[in-house]
Design a protein around this ligand. Structure first.
Ligand code: ATP
Ligand code: ZN
Ligand code: MG
Ligand code: MG
Length: 465
């Protein structure tokens, strides 16, 4: 990529989240991730180029030096902060505007700084399988928090019974953010129990919200519709997937075939999520692992083991382990945040040595990893816990990308081989993205949000769907 010869025609709209807008290159497996800011937030729009570049470099450092060692080398890809010609960025912004979903247009793309984050495009495979004629599939899952808090600081009993995602659903429904409840429960996905995991993914497919997307050849073919009234078209999705999961001459047709195809997809996703070099099971047994809001809880849960039994070092195990760095819950963390705030008021110069806003270096990771388990009343303990909490927040907000390519020369699969799970027909690679540091300043907001969500849930008439 030659930064001085950028042409907006080589790039197209790829997607966006709350913080950034992503464009992909039409020829190379690369994306540019540009920051967004809210139209009311004039302060951010006046960031100088140097400030914006520093901000993006911070994201790069955090991902490389903090999240990558915690989540595992093989899952995290390095990004690069780049400075782009302003003319290119302005043209690009005009070009992508009409592609953007209306619900995201409360924010605008940063066209002032010219800074962006350049990353490999994880919805495409850059290497080997280029001779493959079938475009790769990529499944994106934003799994959210996979455990119930077991901290003694938790004051509301409901928090140790119903998971945050399930409670938050009711809050979002009441506030008009979504029109239907998602039946997905993260505790099912992280359970390691294949039946529960399959159901979790089925629920993601039925109501993707912003937790589930499918890409084919780098194009998004399935995600939540902007018009929340429209139900997802599963038959249309199955049409896309059929060539991957059913042999060309298969006699299974219509609704039955959609079911078979989606089932196969779910199986492949579960295998990818559980794949690991290390067959040993990880036992993260602390904390309850069942959510009472999950539909499964009555029948299936009774028979499944009480402990997490994820294979050690599979992507879910790595993410869950990092999420669990939030060991005190926001209720236990908030007083420590206040301790840090008080200290910074008394000794403002210590802000940098305590690495409150970075730099996200090796020594930041050491503060996260070497934080004492018992509170000795020190500011170091409080800072360590605050850092741990922020790292856990990143892990609760990241996305898993599972890129699947068909392998082998089987154009028309032998009909007699229909769906043979023993013979793998796919190769997949698993990555984690969206690993930005969460701002220190947002902790009081998190604390208020937590009590709002919990009290809303306790007030709502029938929490069980
Ligand atoms: P959130 O609101 O979840 O915090 P965000 O604003 O931080 O989102 P990202 O999640 O990083 O932004 O990116 C938005 C979307 O762009 C992702 O959900 C994903 O679909 C796509 N995307 C981001 N990075 C890549 C990548 N490296 N390769 C392919 N697609 C990507
Ligand atoms: Zn739940
Ligand atoms: Mg995201
Ligand atoms: Mg993000």
């Amino acid at each position: 990529m030659e930064l001085d010869k950028m042409d907006e025609n080589d790039w197209k709209y790829h997607g966006e989240g709350n913080k950034s807008l992503v464009v992909s290159n039409v020829q190379h497996a690369r994306v540019l991730r540009l920051l967004k800011y809210s139209t009311e937030d004039a302060e951010n729009s006046h960031k100088t180029t140097e400030q914006a570049f520093r901000h993006i470099q911070n994201i790069v450092d955090y991902s490389l030096n903090v999240m990558k060692p915690l989540l595992g080398e093989k899952f995290v890809h390095d990004g690069e902060a780049v400075k782009l010609p302003l003319d290119f960025v302005r043209q690009l912004s005009l070009k992508v505007q009409q592609e953007r979903p209306e619900s995201r247009c409360d924010k605008v793309m940063d066209t002032f700084s010219g800074c962006a984050l350049c990353l490999p495009n994880l919805t495409q495979l850059s290497c080997c399988c280029s001779r493959e004629h079938r475009p790769p599939l990529c499944i994106e899952i934003k799994p959210k928090c996979g455990f119930l808090p077991s901290s003694r600081h938790v004051t509301k009993e409901i928090k140790s019974k119903v998971c945050r995602f399930c409670m938050h659903q009711h809050f979002k429904l009441a506030n008009g953010k979504w029109k239907r409840l998602s039946r997905y429960c993260p505790l099912d996905l992280f359970s390691g129990n294949k039946q529960r995991m399959c159901l979790a993914i089925k629920h993601l497919i039925e109501e993707p919200q912003n937790n589930f997307k499918i890409f084919k050849g780098g194009e998004c073919i399935y995600s939540c519709k902007d018009d929340a009234d429209v139900l997802q078209d599963l038959d249309e999705l199955a049409q896309h997937l059929r060539p991957y999961f059913l042999p060309s001459g298969s006699l299974i047709n219509g609704h039955q075939s959609s079911k078979v195809v989606l089932n196969e997809l779910i199986q492949v996703i579960v295998s990818a999520l559980l794949s690991s070099w290390e067959p040993r099971k990880a036992q993260l047994s602390e904390g309850r692992v069942r959510c009472e809001a999950s539909l499964l809880h009555r029948d299936l849960l009774r028979n499944s083991p009480g402990n997490h039994c994820l294979p050690k070092d599979c992507v879910l195990d790595k993410i869950l382990g990092t999420q669990m760095l939030d060991s005190l819950d926001i209720e236990g963390l908030n007083p420590l945040f206040k301790r840090v705030e008080q200290h910074l008021q008394d000794f403002p110069k210590e802000r940098s040595s305590l690495q409150i806003d970075g730099p996200y270096s090796q020594s930041f990771l050491e503060k996260v990893q070497n934080c004492p388990t018992e509170d000795d009343g020190s500011v170091e303990y409080a800072v360590g816990k605050v850092h741990q909490y922020r790292v856990a927040m990143t892990a609760k907000d990241c996305s898993i990308m599972i890129t699947i390519a068909t392998c082998g020369e089987d154009d028309g699969l032998d009909q007699s081989l229909e769906i043979q799970p023993t013979k793998p027909r796919f190769t997949y690679s698993v990555s984690i993205l969206d690993l930005d540091p969460k701002p220190y300043e947002s902790i009081p907001h998190q604390s208020r949000l937590d009590s709002k969500i919990v009290s809303h849930y306790l007030r709502s008439p029938l929490p069980n769907n």
